[in-house]
Design a protein around this ligand. Structure first.
Ligand SMILES: N[C@@H](CCC(=O)N[C@@H](CS)C(=O)NCC(=O)O)C(=O)O
Length: 210
């Protein structure tokens, strides 16, 4: 059985959400953050950079949420929550999975850093704002004509891309999506899923999706 090492108030909630969506059994070990917000020292024994999430599956110890989500879907998903090569929407699925960590997460982090530094003006803040507008505009446009990021099927791309918009991330800094109605509706659809609600409760990260 897969064991999830879950850091409270963190993106390791993705893995719990995935397992709840798939209805797979798992063992959960939750750890609080340290007072300096770093992960519990136990994570260093599991991941050389000491970060969550980490899973154990037999002899396999795996970090990085995108790697974990891909691994679980490929090995245990039985075709659910993914789009296979050759199926319609495959390129979109691959794109949004990669974008979650390669594009969206750094952008959210950059914007949050600008906010936390209190730099409302100046070149760094201007750049962060402009970039943020491009990213959110792209996501909103994508969701204007598609129920889900990869098309008409809810996939791992939702589980990967949701985090910067969710209640957990809002504890570190809010992502203002008031100008992006399609992102709002997407978050509402996610919020209505019983699997999402259950997962956030288990993760200790309850709150609306956006
Ligand atoms: N790219 C990694 C990011 C991992 C990451 O930033 N984890 C954070 C929680 S959201 C963490 O462990 N923070 C505590 C620390 O860095 O000590 C992933 O997607 O898994």
């Amino acid at each position: 059985m897969i064991k999830i090492h879950h850091l409270l108030v963190s993106q390791s909630e993705r893995v719990i959400w995935l397992m709840e969506e798939l209805g797979l059994p798992y063992e959960l070990q939750s750890y609080p953050r340290q007072p300096n917000y770093m992960a519990a020292p136990e994570f260093l024994a599991l991941n050389p950079v000491g970060q969550a999430p980490v899973i154990e599956d037999g002899d396999v110890v795996l970090a990085e949420s995108l790697a974990i989500v891909t691994y679980i879907l490929e090995l245990y998903g039985q075709g659910r929550l993914r789009i296979a090569p050759g199926e319609k929407g495959y390129a979109d699925y691959v794109y949004w999975m990669a974008y979650s960590i390669g594009g969206l997460a750094p952008q959210a982090m950059q914007y949050m850093t600008a906010l936390r530094m209190g730099t409302e003006s100046g070149p760094f803040a201007d750049m962060a704002r402009e970039r943020r507008g491009r990213h959110l505009g792209m996501i909103d446009k994508r969701l204007a004509g598609n129920e889900w990021l990869a098309g008409d099927k809810f996939t791992g791309a939702e589980i990967m891309c949701h985090f910067p918009f969710g209640a957990t991330m809002r504890k570190f800094g809010a992502m203002d999506i008031s100008d992006y109605p399609n992102i709002q509706r997407w978050l509402q659809r996610i919020n209505e899923r019983p699997t999402f609600q259950r997962a956030m409760k288990i993760a200790g990260n309850e709150g609306p999706a956006g």
